[in-house]
Design a protein around this ligand. Structure first.
Ligand SMILES: [Zn+2]
Length: 129
């Protein structure tokens, strides 16, 4: 669904102008993320659903979160828990696939700091009702 300017302003203020996931300031080019994914292009387009969105019932503002572009693009069509699991595997993935990361780790330049990902919206105290 296309949000109105007022709806976007309401969404942006949800976490005081910060990304619901990482907590970084949204800036001017933020995305309205579907917390529960809608999966574009997975359904047969029709008059009622011209974009072919699967899970059209999720395409509502109550299912949207203000997101910085990098978080929205990385979350893609993952559910929140699928994305959390993917993020939590980042250090293991870097250890396996990045020699630069392994060198930086050996020299103490990088260290994983958490085993559990907590999203900004889960710890934010400034959430509006
Ligand atoms: Zn973010």
């Amino acid at each position: 669904m296309k949000l109105t300017k007022a709806e976007r302003a309401t969404l942006a203020s949800m976490f005081v102008g910060r990304c619901a996931y990482c907590g970084d300031p949204l800036g001017g080019r933020w995305h309205a993320d579907h917390k529960d994914p809608v999966l574009r292009g997975y359904a047969e387009p029709s008059a009622e659903n011209p974009t072919g969105i699967l899970h059209t019932h999720r395409d509502v503002i109550d299912n949207m979160m203000p997101s910085c572009a990098p978080c929205n693009l990385d979350k893609a069509s993952y559910t929140l828990e699928q994305w959390r699991t993917k993020l939590e595997g980042s250090a293991a993935s870097l250890t396996r696939y990045s020699s630069t990361y392994r060198h930086a780790f050996r020299f103490g330049l990088v260290r994983p700091v958490a085993e559990r990902v907590t999203f900004h919206f889960e710890r934010a105290t400034e959430v509006q009702p």
